[in-house]
Write a protein of this length. Structure first.
Length: 338
């Protein structure tokens, strides 16, 4: 039994695709209203009180009726309006792409972000940027909010480089202070060039500094021989091409013959007649000298040993036979190396 105020409904159906009733096909009266259904398209039709055919049910609801017009999706699909009345699907693509606007009236697409076309503005330090739009030193001074462990001063006086940067022929104005670490010369033969200062020398390049230990030994000029030592030690410092050595030897016995030399110098002396090195004997014990003579020491050109001699009465070289069994000597020397 029909409810009060309602009239019965008559339902017609068709299986013909795209078939729809005309206005004259459906009636509304006190006897009842007629509906039509297309079971192939999945649409339910009625005639409203303005005498117009309307669809009240859809198998696939279109965008104009508040639906999507789509019947299936793949994971990652994005819906967008491809016309003013329909929606389309934008399929997902490879990882790392971004959704890019094509502009007003153009469908969106996937793609890579172009730094020159899609990005604008200056990224601040708080977001991992530099707060600068150019790469000059002045621009680096514009970095605000910079802080790092151990950093001192202000952002206008500190310039932060990456680890181990390569800088080609920079010109520094003012003093240079290395707060930690060392100034390392990375290529042999390079150093500090003082050629900007007045001078008439052949070179103003300070290219070497070295200090260390070496082992001095007693050797004979006729037969080198071998010695037994209670103590032997040597220290050296090389500044540029000037070498300074300090030596102490305490000899118990030796098998060599001839004149005494102290071998094992860390560098060979330079060649040329002006390359003799001077040596000073600070202590000598148990070595027989000719009466009224005193010991001397020197370094000849192109050698790596010290000659011992005695003077002034013509005694000449100091011979191994003049040594006692507990010969001791302290000596320092300075000479030029190649």
């Amino acid at each position: 039994m029909a409810q009060t105020g309602f009239t019965p409904i008559l339902l017609y159906s068709t299986s013909t695709a795209a078939a729809a009733p005309a206005v004259a096909n459906l009636t509304n009266s006190t006897l009842g209203s007629e509906l039509a259904i297309n079971i192939t398209d999945g649409k339910l039709f009625y005639k409203d009180n303005a005498n117009a055919i309307q669809v009240i049910g859809w198998k696939v609801v279109p965008a104009t009726a508040g639906g999507t017009g789509q019947t299936s999706y793949a994971v990652g699909d994005i819906l967008y309006a491809n016309t003013t009345t329909t929606l389309a699907k934008l399929a997902d693509v490879a990882t790392g792409n971004a959704l890019i606007s094509g502009g007003v009236g153009v469908a969106p697409s996937w793609g890579k972000i172009g730094l020159t076309t899609h990005v604008s503005g200056v990224l601040p330090v708080a977001n991992g940027g530099t707060n600068a739009s150019t790469a000059s030193i002045t621009s680096f001074n514009n970095i605000t909010g910079y802080s790092a462990s151990g950093a001192t001063g202000t952002t206008s006086t500190n310039l932060v480089f990456s680890t181990s940067p390569s800088i080609t022929t920079p010109t520094l104005v003012g003093d240079v202070t290395v707060s930690t670490g060392n100034v390392i010369i990375g290529t042999s033969g390079k150093g500090i060039d003082f050629s900007a200062t007045p001078g008439t020398g052949t070179s103003e390049l300070f290219a070497d500094y070295e200090e260390g230990n070496f082992t001095p030994t007693i050797s004979g000029t006729t037969t080198a021989g071998t010695g037994t030592y209670n103590a032997q030690g040597g220290l050296y410092t090389k500044v540029g091409n000037i070498v300074n050595v300090q030596i102490y030897i305490n000899l118990a016995s030796h098998t060599g013959t001839g004149n005494i030399t102290i071998t094992g110098l860390p560098f060979t002396s330079a060649s040329g007649g002006s390359s003799y090195g001077s040596a000073t004997i600070g202590y000598l014990d148990n070595c027989a000298l000719i009466a009224l003579n005193y010991p001397l020491a020197f370094i000849s050109p192109s050698v790596a040993y010290i000659n011992l001699a005695q003077s002034p009465t013509g005694g000449g070289a100091l011979n191994l036979v003049a040594m006692d069994t507990t010969f001791s000597i302290m000596i320092s020397a300075t000479y030029r190396t190649a």
